[in-house]
Design a protein around this ligand. Sequence first.
Ligand code: FAD
Length: 476
Amino acid sequence: MAHRHDLVVVGMGSGGMVAAEFAAGTLGLQVAVVERGRVGGDCLWTGCVPSKALLASARAAHVMRHADRYGIRPVEPDIDSSMVWKRIRTVQQEIASTDDDPARFSAMGIDVVRGDCRVTGPHSVAVTGADGSRDLEARFILLCTGSRPAIPAIGGLEQAGFLTSESVFELDRAPGSITMIGGGPVAVEMAQAFARLGVRTTVLQKGPRILPRDEPELVEVLTRRLIDDGVDLRLNVETESVAVTAQGKVVAGVENGTASSWTSEQLLVATGRRPNVEGLGLEEVGVDLGPRGVEVDRRMRTNVSSIYAAGDVAGRFLFTHSAGYEAVRAVRDMFFPGKGTVTDFVPWCTFTDPELAHAGAARPRALGPGAGRQRQRRIRRHRDSQEVEGGRRPHPCSRRRGDDPRAGAGDRPAARAERRGRLRPRLPDGVHVHRPAGSRGRLRRRQALPLAGAQGAPPALSPPDASRHHLCGRRA
Ligand SMILES: Cc1cc2nc3c(=O)[nH]c(=O)nc-3n(C[C@H](O)[C@H](O)[C@H](O)COP(=O)(O)OP(=O)(O)OC[C@H]3O[C@@H](n4cnc5c(N)ncnc54)[C@H](O)[C@@H]3O)c2cc1C
């Protein structure tokens, strides 16, 4: 039997949960959600939450080792990594039983359907679950199916076995040594965490520096810190093959033109993401797909006007805060056409120590043609506590200094920048950097606010936070 809803949301991760709560809770719509795995998605189970929990434990170990910076005798921490991994699971369970509890969504009147979802038409989906199959019909469909790790074609890798962000938090304890293949945010955060927990850690990065999308000068600061933490950072590495020997897993490759190899107990592959589009039936329904995922316009709408996509599956920005932002914009656009266009100006942060936040174009882009009258100014380094080192680089930008999206800033820590309002004036409507003290519930309420305000409902949050979205850096 077919069911009629206003909206069917496919995938209950960061984007899906925020969209469903906004549609049902704020707009009072009839909403069904479909989830084939665990409600909470990547952020709760394999992304932000466990990685930040791991980083928090690693930071505690680091502070103990360097307690003399605070006038306290330092000690070498006695680390039982099984307790660290246990703590990760406890933190996840706490969120799974509160904010991300499916019962919370059911209580809002949302029809929570478990199973694998396939789009069967512009207004219909079929769900196959343990309890059989079910068809759902809706005015609109929102795809929030996320992404998964992309695995590079390296000879011997599959046979050797490796970890990804999907399996590393499932371990019982840390390995004795680990080699990370990749030098993006996932590898870099994990490298610092593992190194600080006493794991011999090597990072193999293809290019000349880690975090290629971030401001080079700030990346340099972080690079030095990682090396101080004990990370063996190898740049300009072409990995060629993996083999298992009695000593461990051996990655063979070329580093700066010279043949090299790296041996460790475990490997972690973090070389990018692939959108979850397979099996959704999108080709049959005629939804356009591109190299980054489902093709969407500035309203997050696909070429089939009743089908929208948001979050990682749409491949714009792969963050929790952007998934939630895009999903709410998509719902707004469905029911208030034209009210849901998205900005391309989305800040992000790598939650290492020091944190590396990014808003706007990195310097090479900001300096590109048409940048107008350019001005560079160095800002003092923050040295207000011994624990951090960093800098802020206002980018050269045009005369429209205050509101040009190309004006960028890398800052440490993100929360401080936000508190002092440093980034806020630079950002166009809708975006600022913030470390949420609260939960995704708070995020959802914030995102719902502009529309609630438009309808005359009293604002639930302080005005400076209205119409903003946030970096997800739930410190666990
Ligand atoms: C290690 C790591 C650390 C990260 N740290 C941060 C961070 O600190 N800050 C930040 O902002 N971002 C971070 N991210 C990124 C963030 O986790 C993702 O960008 C975000 O979760 C994407 O949300 P989403 O809604 O698009 O997808 P997801 O949250 O992945 O949700 C997709 C959901 O769809 C379901 N699904 C898929 N296909 C189907 C189907 N056919 N039928 C039914 N259900 C389906 C999946 O089971 C899943 O639950 C991190 C990622 C990783 C890997």
